[in-house]
Design a protein around this ligand. Structure first.
Ligand code: S3P
Length: 166
């Protein structure tokens, strides 16, 4: 089986489901944000603040291209990754892709329930949070919907994910 890429907005469940999925299919789990933080030696908000978003997007594209088709990885991608630098084409060429289609409304609920300190684009104190996510959703849907599979809903279960890809 090929690599499995999980894509979608922040807090759509990519990391949680990705870890469960990796255990089930006996793949390694990686989170591209974590790889970038390691490589850069600083948290994502600092990368955005000190080096800018364009720099972050370059790093993202580079990390993605280090993944080979037979790496046997479950990959939780950063929310914006599929939408820059032809990354979606690379994702499609190097694995199965699953879009976790969770509504902006439900995501706001999730974000407000958990800390958002590591998510510079979606700060908890941002009154525009829902608008911001809706905008992102609208502008990114064209990329996300190119995924091989789409799972809808606010409470996607690992069983659904396994049934979808197997
Ligand atoms: C981003 C999402 C974040 C991270 C960065 C930018 C985005 O990843 O890559 O803060 O543009 O949506 P998560 O989706 O894992 O939160």
């Amino acid at each position: 089986m090929k690599n499995i890429f999980l894509i979608g907005l922040p807090s759509s469940g990519k990391t949680t489901l990705g870890k469960q999925l990796a255990r089930h299919v006996r793949y390694r789990f990686v989170d591209t944000d974590v790889l970038i933080v390691k490589e850069e030696g600083m948290p994502i908000p600092d990368i955005f603040a000190q080096k800018g978003e364009a720099y972050f997007r370059e790093a993202e594209a580079r990390i993605l291209r280090a993944i080979r088709p037979d790496s046997k990885l479950v990959i939780a991608t950063g929310g914006g990754m599929p939408c820059f630098h032809d990354n979606m084409d690379y994702i499609k060429a190097n694995g199965l892709s699953v879009f976790l289609d969770v509504s902006p409304e439900q995501i706001v609920e999730r974000i407000l329930r958990h800390s958002t300190d590591d998510r510079p684009l979606y700060q908890k104190n941002d009154g525009q949070l829902l608008n911001n996510l809706r905008e992102k959703y609208e502008s990114r849907l064209g990329f996300y919907s190119q995924a091989d599979f789409t799972l809808h809903g606010d409470n996607i279960h690992i069983r659904q994910l396994l049934d979808t890809i197997q």
